[in-house]
Design a protein around this ligand. Sequence first.
Ligand code: PMP
Length: 294
Amino acid sequence: MNDTMIIYCDGHYVGKDDAKISVFNHGFLYGDGVFEGIRSYNNRVFRLKEHIDRIYNSANSILLDIGISRQEMIDIVVETVRRNKLKDAYIRLVVARGDGDLGLDPLKCPKPAIYCIAGSIVLYPEETYTQGLKVQTVSTRRNIPSALNPQIKSLNYLNNIMAKIEANRAGVLEAIMLTQEGYVCECTGDNLFLVKKGVLLTPPPYIGALQGITRNAVIELAQADGIDVREPLMTLYDVYTADECFLTGTAAELIPVIDADGRTIGNGTPGPVFKRLLEKFRGLTQVDGEAYSF
Ligand code: PMP
């Protein structure tokens, strides 16, 4: 980590050592808050408007009034990467319910707190992009939308963390999570795609898969390329018998899966549809987004 890192901390740009929060912040005490993981490439914040829309939708869903306009939020993100002089960055934007007392009542938290951190993240080793990833289905089911809708990117990621612990214990880097009914939903921090007979398939958001921003970009790129994209209910059988499988996420971009639960996917190497879409996606990241300079 960069020692001169500058963090937007609840109204002020401060050095890393001064970026501190209170133990009474309900983001800390209860996971009461929302967040976004955003990336900038080549001095452009990729799909920033979409990330800002998603954090406002997450906040609105939990009745958290962010208290500033979307444009002010965009300015905070851009200013944070700019002050850190980062051409390429991984950005974490957090809105917490703010300071309250030890009870969980959000009425005791008069002011939300906004944080923005810009640094770097390396999620998967470089060779996994060329050789592919092994994944394992885990027993932790994705949160049911009627209890806590997974569209809300809340600060409570325990559901995903439980699944990640299972993946760690199984010796793999990502886990397939199913819905309560047993349909394939998504991974702990990535969306899942299959290719079957030239058709691109991905689970529908209503079952609990996040409307990933990378997911949406990949769908647009595929459709522009004439690929048929569908969002059916799918089981593990569909994964095991797919021609290709890959995951998408802001940090991961597109990453190929060559083995699921010990079953080889396709011929066990990253497939042609994955390769084409990764190339198109990387091209898009160079030109699409909120430009900044320093
Ligand atoms: N699913 C989950 C559970 C996630 O946390 C993420 C990362 N935000 C994704 C999918 C991928 O979404 P995005 O492409 O917007 O990063």
